[in-house]
Design a protein around this ligand. Structure first.
Ligand SMILES: [Zn+2]
Length: 353
């Protein structure tokens, strides 16, 4: 079994309350240091259109810093892949009281919402891929960008067009699906409640098939009550620290529809502990290693996967979460033994083609 640590390397939606270096570059340095401790590589899904937009607007400092950091990451054994947030090409940057606000049309948040989704997707996916290859080949001439993750997991609507465009622009792997995830935000709607876990060829209806792009979903599963009760008690004891850096307009994420209504029902009836006992989560970095291990175990039991994909966001990292990441990796090694190997998306090209 292989563990794929991945990071959505990006700014906040809507704006930032600190310098770009504080929001992305510095926490990523800390994350890279944690990876050294773990002895595990990270795949960075780089929000590449933000870099192109910053350059267009004459603000090259941030994309230059990203180039240096990602080339350094590559030379240390990490990986870089394509993460498309399609609102960037038309986003305006507005300085306000020391903050930077991003003004964009909310309808442009997902590729599939464009008037001609296929053409728009081809254009942005290939622009992103070319930018990343130009950036990384200075350090690794053999580098190729071959994996894609939709911004905000926004593979829908018109997923047929988006997936066809991903394949036609040379992407071999998609990692946009989180089985069971439902998101209703002000800017997009995602419904993966009918999607499978484990790795498979993905057809245009987001189902496993004999042909299609190779899908490696982000792991997700139901969390046993005992793990949640433990986590809740730990939180009470430590009063978990807040995220260091903040931005505007965070996207609200919900668990699957069915669980959500059930959870709400039970909250009214039986209170917090019962609610926790029915929780669902996906494998995103939190401050609690036991919860992340519990989600992983549930995912492995349900889907018997070859690949376990873990997600995190540089912009949301803090010291507590990094400690939990290192602890998670140790626990995973002790549970699954030496057969568990951490790897990158690039290292999988040969296996999936
Ligand atoms: Zn993103």
């Amino acid at each position: 079994m292989k563990l794929l640590y991945s990071n959505d390397y990006e700014l906040f939606l809507g704006g930032i309350t600190a310098h770009e270096n504080e929001v992305v570059i510095k926490p990523t340095e800390e994350l890279l240091a944690a990876c050294e401790v773990m002895g595990a590589p990270m795949t960075f899904f780089v929000d590449v259109l933000s870099l192109i937009r910053y350059r267009e607007l004459g603000k090259a400092d941030f994309p230059d810093a990203v180039s240096r950091q990602m080339c350094d990451a590559i030379s240390r054994g990490h990986d870089v892949q394509n993460h498309i947030h399609p609102h960037w090409p038309t986003t305006k940057l507005v300085s306000k009281g020391g903050n930077t606000m991003y003004r964009f049309d909310e309808k442009s948040f997902v590729l599939g919402a464009a008037d001609d989704p296929y053409t728009w997707s081809v254009r942005l996916l290939s622009e992103g891929r070319s930018y990343l290859e130009d950036m990384i080949r200075k350090t690794d001439p053999a580098y190729a960008c071959r994996a894609y993750r939709a911004g905000g997991y926004g593979l829908q609507p018109n997923e047929r067009d988006v997936l066809r465009a991903a394949i036609d622009t040379g992407h071999l792997i998609d990692s946009s699906i989180v089985p069971g995830l439902v998101i209703d935000s002000s800017v997009h709607h995602v419904d993966f409640s009918g999607c499978a876990g484990g790795e498979y060829r993905l057809n245009e209806n987001l189902q496993p098939a004999s042909e299609g792009i190779f899908e490696i979903p982000v792991a997700a599963g139901h969390i046993p009550g005992a793990a949640l009760a433990g986590s809740y008690l730990k939180r009470l004891a430590t009063r978990a620290s807040a995220t260091k850096y903040s931005g505007y307009g965070a996207v609200a994420v919900q668990q699957g529809k069915t669980q959500n209504s059930l959870v709400r029902h039970m909250t009214r009836l039986k209170g917090r502990v019962e609610r926790l006992a029915n929780a669902w989560g996906y494998l995103e970095l939190t401050d609690d290693a036991d919860i992340m291990v519990a989600i992983t175990k549930a995912y492995v039991e349900t889907y018997n996967p070859q690949y376990i994909c873990f997600s995190c966001h540089s912009k949301s990292i803090n010291t507590t979460k990094l400690k939990a990441l290192i602890e998670y990796h140790k626990k995973m090694k002790s549970i699954f033994g030496e057969e568990l190997e951490a790897t990158t998306f690039s290292a999988l090209y040969d296996e999936v083609t």
